[in-house]
Design a protein around this ligand. Structure first.
Ligand code: KIV
Ligand code: ZN
Length: 560
């Protein structure tokens, strides 16, 4: 039996027929505020200890956050100690402001101010829940009840701020009407306006109004409507900085944030990789990199993203999903052959033409910008196409297989991946290439060779003499031609190794200096089928001869 969907009520959107946000564009980054150490921390099965919090704080600073919510100092001794340690050990850089959260209760606000003693700059973040569901089911109060609570909290904060040595000039106040998106908009406006009055907000000393989507309830366009409506209706709008704090219950935290920016939000609260209550907070890494890939500098440093991931995973004991946008282990890995092929072509084009702008299919961002490398871009499995394996051999090991050889090698790779039932690493791929093409010594193997090149009337003459092993026997071969391959072919003919027709020859150098070698790719036709062979030698003539013998052996093995 199906569960009853009728027990859920649809979200009731506000009416905003003249909404303007859909025509807006995002042209600059928001003010970023990391709430990893508070909202992220409170959602951990095992919250961070002092040491872990300090470690993550340093990483957040290194990443470029200028506003960091470091905790809830009235909630526990550890939370209090974190704030004290940051202040007493002078760990807060001059351009960074810490933020602390407090509920709207006098004794908790007092404790929060105690934690901030001696702090040069801070944001005091006051919140209370104003939503109907809380009023009715949790607080058993009415609108006036939650409004009074907010105003009383704001008044207390102003009183304690005024009592600070510099009259509170070092403090910025933030107010969050919790569950804003699930509240009546006109009521939220009225609460916020009265809180701004109680705090004495001015254009010169604005208050941050943080409008959370504490639990997502609607499509992101409804949230954007709420933000635009709120901003348009707020009297003396300049005395507030509009901040948004989406969670991710419907998986649309990023969309909420981006549409909220279109609607006028100036500041975003969120966490690294979206850690946070239930399905998480807004993932600030995604929002920032979405901006970056639109040509907007987010003002955060992504070059050490791998280090940041490590610190995050160590301090939170969370892990980042393999498919997490931008940060996941697999996001620069293409398994599909057609994807691999397209990526290879675009990367080759970049290498040759150095275009100014990034345009690579299936890679919306250059992995190098995130401190990641090209190597793991492509992995090979049984779904991969011909181009992928060739790309890895070229990019990782320098073997530049002729294009006509890709299907043949691709088939060998797919067979091996099927046999193993798993993807092949680059090293496995190289070993497969060597064993399939370079180390093919059966039935014929070259035991000795001698090549003499001479010239007559501008024509070169190459003489080949060699000893070739065939099963338990040995044959001496002799032949002459206008090049080493030609000479070897006539020697083969002498030894009755017949039926092979030369099709194509490619050659390139591999390695550098005294280690440099020649790689020759030889394609032969035998019984109406074509076969490749590869020879690798310091001498290009010998490489070619070995390539011919490899192709001959492969053809005869296939026949068998
Ligand atoms: O999600 C939320 O509403 C909060 C507030 C305290 C801002 O975390
Ligand atoms: Zn939250």
């Amino acid at each position: 039996m199906h569960a009853n969907h009728k027990k859920y009520l649809p979200f009731e959107p506000i009416r905003l027929p003249d909404r303007r946000w859909p025509s807006n564009r995002i042209t600059k980054p928001p003010i970023w505020c990391s709430v990893d150490l508070r909202d992220g921390n409170q959602a951990l099965p095992e919250p961070m200890n002092l040491e872990e919090k300090l470690m993550l704080f340093d990483a957040l600073v290194g990443f470029g956050f200028k506003q960091i919510e470091v905790g809830f100092p009235s909630a526990s001794e550890v939370e209090f100690q974190v704030v004290r340690t940051l202040i007493e050990e002078n760990r807060i850089p001059d351009d960074v402001t810490i933020q602390v959260l407090t509920p709207a209760r006098d004794h908790l606000i007092e404790r929060t101010f105690e934690a901030l003693e001696g702090c040069e700059r801070a944001i005091v973040h006051l919140y209370n829940n104003i939503s109907p569901v809380f009023r009715e089911l949790v607080f058993h109060t009415d609108k006036q009840g939650v409004l009074d609570m907010a105003v009383r909290g704001a008044t207390k904060i102003r009183e304690l701020a005024d009592a600070r040595p510099d009259g509170g000039k070092d403090l910025t106040i933030e107010y969050s009407p919790e569950m804003f998106s699930g509240s009546e908009m006109d009521f939220a406006l009225s609460v916020c306006e009265q809180v701004l009055d109680a705090l004495g907000a001015t254009t010169e000393r604005p208050v941050i109004l943080n409008l959370p989507s504490t639990v997502q309830m609607s499509t992101p366009n409804d949230y954007a409507d709420q933000i635009e409506y709120f901003i348009r209706q707020l009297p003396n709008r300049e005395r507030a900085i509009i901040s948004c704090h989406p969670h991710n219950d419907r998986g649309t935290g990023v969309a909420d944030a981006e549409l909220a920016m279109l609607a006028g939000a100036q500041r975003l609260e969120g966490t690294l990789f979206g850690n946070g209550e239930r399905t998480g907070n807004l993932d600030l890494v995604i929002v920032a990199l979405n901006l970056f890939t639109q040509g907007i500098d987010p003002g955060l440093d992504f070059s050490q993203l791998n280090d940041l991931k490590r610190v995050y995973e160590r301090s939170t004991r969370m892990r980042i999903h393999e498919r997490q946008p931008y940060s996941g282990e697999l996001v620069f890995t293409a398994f599909s052959g057609s994807h691999q092929d397209a990526i290879k072509k675009a990367l080759d084009h970049r290498e040759q033409h150095h275009p100014e702008h990034w345009q690579v299919p299936y890679l919306p961002i250059d992995p190098a910008d995130l401190g990641r490398m090209y190597e793991p871009i492509i992995r090979i499995n049984s779904q991969s196409g011909k181009g992928g394996a060739a790309y890895v051999l070229h990019s990782q090991f320098g073997y530049n297989l002729p294009r006509t050889m890709h299907p043949e090698f691709g088939t060998i790779v797919q067979r091996e991946a099927d046999r193993l039932g798993q993807e092949l690493s680059a090293e496995q791929l190289l070993r497969l290439f060597i064993s399939s093409y370079c180390d093919v010594q059966v039935p014929y193997h070259l035991m000795r060779h001698d090549i003499v090149e001479s010239g007559q009337n501008g024509q070169s003459i190459v003489k080949f003499t060699g000893l070739i092993g065939y099963r338990t026997r040995e044959y001496t071969l002799r032949g002459e031609g206008n090049g080493p391959i030609d000479a070897f072919f006539s020697a083969m003919h002498e030894a009755h190794i017949d039926g092979f027709e030369f099709v194509s020859y490619h050659e390139h150098a591999i390695g550098k200096g005294s280690d440099a070698k020649a790689v020759a790719y030889i394609e032969l036709r035998y019984n109406d089928k074509t076969f490749f062979g590869v020879g690798v030698e310091s001498n290009v003539s010998i490489a070619s001869i070995k390539g011919v013998l490899s192709a001959v052996n492969r053809a005869l093995q296939m026949e068998e």
